[in-house]
Design a protein around this ligand. Sequence first.
Ligand code: FAD
Length: 138
Amino acid sequence: MLDTLAKVVIIGAGFGGMEAAKSLKRAPAAVTVIDRQNHHCFQPLLYQVATAALSPADIAWPIRHILRKQNNATVLMAEVCGIDASKRLVQVDSVTIPYDYLVLATGATHSYFGHDEWANVAPGLKRIENATQGNRVK
Ligand SMILES: Cc1cc2nc3c(=O)[nH]c(=O)nc-3n(C[C@H](O)[C@H](O)[C@H](O)COP(=O)(O)OP(=O)(O)OC[C@H]3O[C@@H](n4cnc5c(N)ncnc54)[C@H](O)[C@@H]3O)c2cc1C
């Protein structure tokens, strides 16, 4: 039965990836969500963690827990290191994962608009680790 289902691989379990996965709940598809972290992070509240108004646990939820009732979804914690679009394969460590449809939802990084020297005084705030590492102005 699983072989007849479309294989959908979603890389990234942020807002984009989670929304894509949930929207496929009733689709005839085998959905695989891959993220290098085990949790979904609610980024808009990172400032509150950075200022100690909230703890990291208040803004992070295990991806497996969020999708626990979605029978057609599998969650993998792994770093995607390559994609072979011609063969429709995702490379994770030494393992390859085949797909029929691929959703890339790996987010964005901050930009200093050509002023990388600003990084020391304006560190990025995209992950829990960024919010908890403290101010390390040199
Ligand atoms: C501090 C802050 C405040 C914000 N406030 C607001 C707000 O008030 N209102 C609003 O609308 N938006 C806000 N945003 C923007 C909003 O949070 C982001 O646009 C949104 O979270 C982006 O979602 P995403 O799914 O594109 O990416 P992300 O949430 O960044 O998710 C990307 C995921 O991909 C995973 N990933 C990346 N590369 C790999 C890889 N190679 N292998 C495996 N996994 C990988 C990451 O681990 C991550 O889980 C804010 C953002 C920040 C940082």
